[in-house]
Ligand binder design. Structure first.
Ligand SMILES: NC(=O)c1ccc[n+]([C@@H]2O[C@H](COP(=O)([O-])OP(=O)(O)OC[C@H]3O[C@@H](n4cnc5c(N)ncnc54)[C@H](OP(=O)(O)O)[C@@H]3O)[C@@H](O)[C@H]2O)c1
Length: 256
């Protein structure tokens, strides 16, 4: 086997929200590469289901919006595999509401869970990420919040995701001297059940997906693996010259 074909060195990877959807597929994609993965979420059963049959995946139950969570997560990663090479800030909750219908607590939950929690976790991870020659932060945003798009009925969620993209660019510049890369992935509509977890009925979510599929240039909605593959590519050491970029993986929907 040549050096180029040698198995990649196992890395320490954290995937928040690894119990379901994109996070589950991403955790398994890293584990398939040979990495050791810590998945974090609030529901032990879904985390355990992700890890079942994947000995490289370790589970931590934690609510990322609680004050102790950043320290707990990074300590658990260091105790479990001694290093943090990749942090995937994937956990988020949806929540559809117009401005007039937005409850204060729902807006707070959007900004705390989808923007502040990744900021504080990344801050806590910095020394570990910089320690072994430079790690990578991957922020999972949303194609719906890219550029100058508006998103009626989804303002707080979209604002948190647009803010996360801003943090991606800003951290890329701040952290480059420490050898840490920061990238964003902006999924389009991916069939993960997130609609139902955001308050839609199963019928409404199925109708939403079917309607979107007719508008996507690629002809279908996305699958969690469509995003997971890119998460592994963007954080690969051979992608070393890319930082600060946010990649839309949406079948072309945001171009229409
Ligand atoms: N699916 C799409 O169409 C789509 C499109 C664009 C962007 N995205 C983004 O892609 C990412 C993954 O979405 P998904 O569709 O896979 O959604 P999902 O299946 O609902 O996954 C979100 C995960 O985050 C966890 N989570 C939420 N709040 C948490 C908290 N406070 N502490 C710890 N864990 C928490 C949830 O687990 P618990 O509830 O058990 O904690 C869940 O496993 C999100 O950032 C989402 O905004 C999704």
């Amino acid at each position: 086997m040549s050096a180029a074909e040698a198995a990649p060195e196992p890395r320490g990877v954290i995937v928040t929200g690894g119990g379901t959807g994109i996070g589950r597929a991403t955790a398994r994609a890293f584990a398939a590469r040979g990495d050791r993965v810590l998945i974090v979420g609030r529901t032990p059963a879904t985390l355990d289901a992700t890890a079942e049959g994947h000995p490289g995946i370790h589970v931590l139950t934690a609510d990322l919006t609680t004050p102790d969570a950043p320290r707990t997560v990074i300590r658990a990663a260091l105790e479990t595999f001694g290093r943090v090479d990749v942090l995937v800030n994937n956990a988020a909750t949806g929540g559809f509401a117009s401005l007039a219908a937005t409850e204060p607590q729902a807006a707070r939950a959007q900004f705390e869970g989808n923007l502040l929690a990744p900021l504080l976790l990344t801050r806590q991870a910095l020394d570990a990420l910089a320690a072994d020659g430079g790690g990578t932060v991957l922020n999972i945003g949303s194609a719906g919040a890219l550029g100058r798009r508006a998103w009626p009925e989804n303002g707080a969620y979209g604002a948190a995701k647009a803010g996360l993209d801003f943090l991606t660019r800003t951290w890329a510049v701040e952290l480059a001297p420490r050898g840490v890369r920061v990238l964003g992935l902006a999924p389009g509509v991916i069939d993960t059940g997130i609609g139902e977890r955001s308050g839609m009925t199963p019928q409404a979510y199925a109708g939403f997906l079917a309607g979107i599929a007719t508008r996507v240039p690629a002809g279908r909605v996305g699958r969690p693996d469509d995003i997971a593959w890119w998460a592994v590519q963007l954080t690969d050491p051979r992608a070393a010259y890319a930082t600060g970029a946010v990649l839309a993986v949406d079948g072309g929907l945001s171009l229409t």
